[in-house]
Design a protein around this ligand. Structure first.
Ligand SMILES: Cc1cc2nc3c(=O)[nH]c(=O)nc-3n(C[C@H](O)[C@H](O)[C@H](O)COP(=O)(O)OP(=O)(O)OC[C@H]3O[C@@H](n4cnc5c(N)ncnc54)[C@H](O)[C@@H]3O)c2cc1C
Length: 433
């Protein structure tokens, strides 16, 4: 796609930077201490931690290992949750709000520790993140947020006024920014490949192309029915995120699957890359339909956004690529003649309170709802679950303490008109706020 035309690879760019880590086909074991459904960051982190405790763990993945959002994302390892610090305090009170925010900081540390402990080569760097104010009022909001983070969470962030933005970004469209130096970036496919190796070497069994169709209760144990046979399990972790389906209908009804799309340019010259992002930060703007962008290790610009409020389909990728390219040129007109090499989509897992949740229902455990912060938080919730299952520490985790609401008025999430209404609402908010 140069100047809007040309061939674009419709696949995640990250896939071309990693050797696929396929599972060797093997018969399913008859039973396991824990069955994990979904081989993304949540499932693999949990499997690694569980297996390190000596439990027998089987991970079942409907597609290939890491097929879901975990290998398709922007690779931003972000502090904070999707909800602002102020909303966390107002909604959950001072102590629980503080614990939830602190967990987000701990999650970034955990990613770094895990990468180091397992020797995962995934270009992880604490490059910091840059939240960009799309409107003047949003910068004023940043100033209030920075004050709150310093006072209530002892977490310093730095404001960058409009006049000083050139040190941070080669774009003139923003009204200021907020820098958080604790965030980082990585190559998500390489990270997932490392988690696969780590879970395997800890002793977990990983099975791909194994769709879980149903979970049945057998007294205190569970039977997991798959397209390839059954496994009995003492415990089950559902780690299927935005791809949660018919096997766990009650959980599916508490999730809003949202399509997010990414384009990646051809490699840029060193000078142009330096101009676009002098400090190599992870960047995103302050709108509801936000854009997020960063440089890759080989100096391409990755530019993503919620170009459509529906789960991805083949055609949606190309349509979204065109929308995203226009968005990219609004931020960086200097990329007008730059080719787009890759375009793809993936599904985000939003919940109705925009919070991650760790808990149990219908005889299984779940960990999901990361709302675009899953690289760090899925590592955190998966690992915490794996380290604490069966101990008294698990129920104390702050993410188990918050209520998990379903759709408002009991509406069924599968209805596309509900997603369209939500999309229209957020578009209105972007215009008026
Ligand atoms: C385009 C995009 C960009 C993003 N960018 C960022 C970012 O920059 N930073 C960030 O922190 N987060 C980002 N996210 C979010 C982040 O990627 C996710 O929150 C995180 O990867 C979720 O990991 P997971 O392991 O819970 O789920 P996934 O990685 O989605 O894995 C779930 C797996 O479950 C499998 N599955 C589902 N049902 C079944 C079943 N019945 N049987 C067997 N297997 C099943 C699926 O096939 C899938 O592989 C982004 C997401 C997308 C889509």
């Amino acid at each position: 796609m140069r100047g809007g035309n040309g061939e674009v690879k419709q696949q995640p760019y990250w896939g071309d930077t990693v050797v696929a880590c396929a599972a060797t086909p093997a018969p399913l074991p008859a039973s396991a201490d824990v069955v994990v459904i979904g081989a993304g960051i949540t499932g693999l982190s949990a499997a690694r931690a569980l297996a390190r405790r000596g439990l027998s763990v089987v991970v079942l993945e409907a597609h290939t290992l890491g097929w879901g959002a975990s290998s398709r994302n922007g690779g931003m390892v972000l502090t904070g949750l999707k909800l602002s610090a102020g909303t966390l305090l107002a909604r959950y009170g001072r102590e629980l709000g503080r614990q939830l925010y602190q967990a987000s900081l701990d999650s970034v540390d955990l990613v770094e520790q895990l990468i180091r402990a397992e020797g995962i080569d995934c270009s992880f760097r604490r490059s910091g993140h840059l939240a960009l104010a799309s409107k003047g009022a949003h910068y004023e909001h940043f100033a209030r947020a920075a004050d709150l983070l310093a006072r209530k969470f002892s977490h310093p962030v730095r404001l960058v006024p409009r006049g000083a933005l050139r040190n941070e970004i080669g774009s003139g469209i923003y009204h200021g920014a907020m820098v958080d130096e604790l965030s980082g970036g990585l190559n998500p496919a390489q990270y997932v490949a490392g988690l696969v190796r780590a879970a395997r070497s800890a002793g977990a069994l990983l099975h791909e192309r194994t769709l879980v169709e149903r979970i049945e209760r057998l007294g205190p144990r569970r039977r997991v029915r798959t397209a390839r046979g059954t496994i009995d399990a003492a415990e089950i972790l559902v780690a299927s995120s935005g791809y949660t389906g018919a096997a766990t209908p009650a959980l599916r009804n508490r999730l809003l699957p949202i399509g997010s799309y990414i384009i990646v340019t051809e490699p840029l010259t060193e000078a142009l890359a330096q101009e676009l992002s002098p400090r190599g930060r992870m960047m995103y703007d302050s709108r509801h339909f936000l854009h997020y962008f960063r440089l890759t290790a080989d100096r391409r610009l990755l530019f993503g956004g919620r170009a459509r409020f529906v789960p991805e389909t083949g055609r949606a990728v190309l349509e979204s690529a065109a929308v995203l390219r226009r968005g990219m040129l609004t931020v960086y007109p200097q990329l007008h003649d730059t080719r787009v090499d890759y375009a793809w989509g993936g599904t985000l897992d939003f919940t109705f309170d925009t919070m991650p949740h760790l808990g149990s229902m219908d005889g299984y455990h779940y960990a999901l709802g990361y709302a675009g912060h899953g690289v760090a938080l899925a590592t955190y919730l998966g690992t915490r679950f794996g380290e604490r299952l069966g101990t008294t520490a698990l129920p104390l985790d702050p993410f188990t303490q918050i209520p998990f609401p379903g759709a408002p008025l009991g509406l069924h999430v599968g209805k596309s008109w509900l997603l369209r209404c939500a999309a229209a609402w957020y578009k209105i908010l972007d215009c008026i706020q």
